[in-house]
Design a protein around this ligand. Structure first.
Ligand SMILES: Cc1cc2nc3c(=O)[nH]c(=O)nc-3n(C[C@H](O)[C@H](O)[C@H](O)COP(=O)(O)OP(=O)(O)OC[C@H]3O[C@@H](n4cnc5c(N)ncnc54)[C@H](O)[C@@H]3O)c2cc1C
Length: 429
């Protein structure tokens, strides 16, 4: 042990799904690994909290057919995949001055047709992009110059069509569609290989008992290799290894995987500093805003709909049985969220119990919902996040994947970072 108090072959920073997937892959290949996690638990944005007698997901919850890595992982961990069944019921649309329960968006048919046509044109451009390197395609530049709202408007969507899109996409994007790059929306479509598949990927399946079990099962496999309550503040790369600082202690290794969100990377002193493009991306890219509420209803909601799209303060809400949940993308008090969640499903506020409210923007070590590229940012910054550097410091996390806002992306990036290190044995010497 030449430098640092504790030596491993690889140090993984962050015990979210990306860090845990990377560590799991490395341990299976016989590598000596330690995972350093800032918070008191594992899972990062895939976390459960008690709602009465049950644990409910206060972060990620859904996945879809194209998410093959997370589906394989869930099955390998002995968990069960269940259809979320939100699509089997009509939706409560809360559009400005129009609240309707219908299956299709409540728009006059000609406007629905114009909206559908605009999305179909976006799909046509999207499917020309390479899902792993969308910025390389000439179509990406034009798409990235416009916001999703402007792009759809310039392809025939009406004002009411944009209101529907805001309700449908804004809540999931956790940003108004006027601040989302059309190229980001196109990337999402091409990653899923189609418009319908993209839409369904955000609400198709859940894990029986909750997604929070995924990181816990992975953590069980890793055992005491995980150190929680250990925030890493410095990382130094030298000729034959890396040294990480956590307050008083130092940890040495041959290599490190930084699997922490972009906003958290801003607070890390990295020496030598990342390449200029990556440094700029870390400084300039930001996450959307999401406060998630989950609660248990004391009685079965007396309504047919299982999903609510649009509205305030909750931008989207859904229910599985008596578990209700929703996301607000603007500031709101816990009481306002709870009242809105109850009302959205035909209940009184007193009908809810075990309410858990998580403001991800103020969650230490996270700093928001997830990465949402604004116009100009995808072509400007994404290449730097995806350029593989053969150094002893590797980056992982959903931000570094082709599934930016999902558990799939976290697993993809973690497994890829581990595979990169394994393919470069000299880094591990
Ligand atoms: C409200 C909400 C709902 C979502 N819904 C879905 C969904 O339904 N489906 C879906 O697929 N995705 C969803 N997502 C996105 C998904 O949760 C993320 O894409 C994914 O979990 C990211 O995993 P990660 O490992 O990259 O990062 P994280 O989960 O953020 O993990 C990073 C870890 O690093 C730790 N850390 C940070 N700084 C340090 C440091 N200095 N030292 C040590 N540790 C540090 C953090 O504490 C954290 O544990 C949702 C996200 C949110 C916020």
């Amino acid at each position: 042990m030449s430098r640092g108090d504790h030596r491993s072959e690889v140090l993984v920073v962050g015990a979210g799904l990306a860090g845990l997937s990377a560590a799991d892959r490395l341990v299976r290949a016989g590598v000596q690994v330690r995972v350093l996690e800032a918070s008191s638990g594992v899972g990062g944005r895939v976390r459960g909290e008690w709602s009465g007698q049950r644990l409910v997901d206060v972060g990620a919850e859904f996945f879809g057919g194209p998410h093959r890595r997370i589906r394989a992982l869930i099955t390998a961990l002995g968990l069960r995949i269940q259809p979320a069944e939100l699509e089997r019921a009509p939706v409560l649309w809360r559009l400005p001055e129009r609240h309707r329960v219908t299956r299709l968006p409540p728009l006059p048919l000609p406007e629905l047709w114009h909206l559908g046509r605009a999305w179909w044109q976006l799909r046509r451009h999207a499917l020309k992009l390479d899902p792993d390197r969308p910025w390389d395609c000439p179509a990406a530049t034009g798409l990235d110059e416009a916001s999703l709202a402007d792009w759809l408007a310039s392809h025939g969507a009406t004002e009411r069509g944009l209101e529907v899109t805001e309700a449908l996409v804004g809540g999931f994007a956790t940003r108004p569609i006027g601040q989302v790059s059309a190229a980001h929306a196109a990337w999402w479509i091409t990653a899923a290989d189609g418009l319908l598949a993209a839409w369904r990927s955000g609400q198709q399946y859940v894990v029986d008992g909750g997604a929070h079990q995924i990181p816990h099962r992975l953590a069980d496999r890793l055992g005491d290799r995980i150190m929680t309550g250990t925030p890493v503040t410095t990382i130094t790369e030298h000729r034959d290894g890396v040294v990480l600082g956590t307050g008083e202690r130092q940890w040495a290794a041959d290599a490190a995987i930084l699997a922490i969100p972009l906003p958290a990377l801003r607070h890390m002193a990295i020496d030598p500093p990342p390449a200029p493009g990556l440094r700029e991306a870390i400084e300039q890219l930001s996450y959307g805003h999401a406060v998630k509420i989950a609660a248990t209803a004391r009685r079965t909601p007396p309504v047919a709909h299982r999903a609510v799209v649009g509205g305030q303060p909750l931008a989207i809400a859904w229910r599985h049985g008596r578990t209700l949940a929703g996301i607000a993308t603007t500031e709101a008090t816990g009481d306002a969220l709870s009242n809105d969640l109850a009302t959205a499903f035909g209940l009184a506020p007193d009908d809810l119990t075990g309410t858990a409210v998580t403001d991800w923007t103020h969650e230490p070590g996270i700093g928001g919902s997830y990465l949402v590229y604004a116009p100009g940012q995808l072509t400007g910054h994404a290449p730097a996040l995806h350029h593989s550097r053969p150094t002893r410091i590797r980056y992982a996390g959903a931000d570094f994947s082709s599934w930016l806002n999902s558990m799939e992306g976290a697993v993809q990036s973690g497994q890829a970072a581990a595979a990169d290190l394994l393919a470069a044995p000299r880094t591990l010497a």
